[in-house]
Ligand binder design. Sequence first.
Ligand code: NAD
Length: 264
Amino acid sequence: MSRPVRLAISGASGRMGLALLNLVRDDERFELARAVVSASSSRLGKAVYGDVSPIRFADWSGEGDVDVVVDFSGPDGLLAALERCEASGAAFVTGTTGLSPAVEERLAKAAERIAVLRAANFSLGVAVLTRLLREAAAALPGWDLDIVEAHHNRKEDAPSGTALALGHAAAEGRGAALEDLAVYVREGRPGARKAGTIGFAVVRGGDIVGEHQALLMGQGERIELGHRATDRSIFARGALEAAAWIAGRAPGAWTIEDVIATSK
Ligand code: NAD
C-alpha cells in the first residue's frame, strides 16, 4: 500500500489496546482511524496521548474507512469488530483468546470473505518455541509432556491460548489430535499418568505478562523449553507487523507463520 494503512483498534482501552496505541502513534505505516472501546470502559485516551493530542475513543457507529482492524478485546468485542470488517471488506487481525467453538466457527466463515489473521501469541520467540516443541515431541514420543503457564491475576481464560497452541503443536508432532491427549490439571492429578498424555498446569498471580514452559520428561532426564514475556509490547509489535502485512490481502485464514515466512 502506498499510503498509510487506516487502522482501527478494538479493545483500545485494555492492556494490549494501550500497548498498541503507544506504538501506532510513532509508526508511519499507519493512520489511526478509530480506537474502539466498550460502552462501560472507564479509561481515557489521555492516559496515552496526554492533553496535546487526545485520541477520541469510539464505538463502531458512524462512517469512516478502515483498512485493517486489530482486535484484543473479548468475544463480544471481537464479534462486533468482525461484523464491521465483513460489511466493509476490511482485513481482521485478532489476538483475543478463550473463544468458544461458535466464535471460532464464525471466524472460519468470515475468512471465506475477508482476510483474517488469528494468533494466540504474536511474539517471535513463541513462534520459534512452538516449532521446537513440535520437533521435540515427535523425537521423544514416549516421554511425558506437560505445559505450565503463568499469567497475571486478571486473565480470564485458562489454560492460555498460547499453552493450547503449544499443546496442539506437540500433539501434531506425535501425529495425534490434542483433544485425544490433553489432561487439564486444576485440582491435582490423581492416580498414575496415562502414557502419551499432554498435561496443562496454570498459575495466576500478580502482574506476570506471560510465561510458558514445556517439560518433556523421560527416565533419568528431562528437557525444559520455555519462553518468558516481560513486556507486552512484544505482542503489540507482532500484531502491527501482521496488520501491515495483511492490508490489501486476499480473503483467507492467515497465521503469524505466514507473516514470518514472507517477511524474511
Ligand atoms: P484487557 O481486559 O486489559 O483488555 C480488553 C479490553 O477490551 C478492555 O478494555 C475491555 O473494555 C475491551 N472490550 C470488551 N468488550 C468490548 C467490546 N464489545 N468492544 C470494544 N472493547 C471491548 O485484556 P488484555 O490483556 O488487553 O487482553 C485482551 C485479549 O487479548 C485477551 O483475550 C488476552 O488473552 C489476549 N492476548 C493475546 C495476546 C497475543 O499475543 N495473541 C497477548 C496478550 C493478550
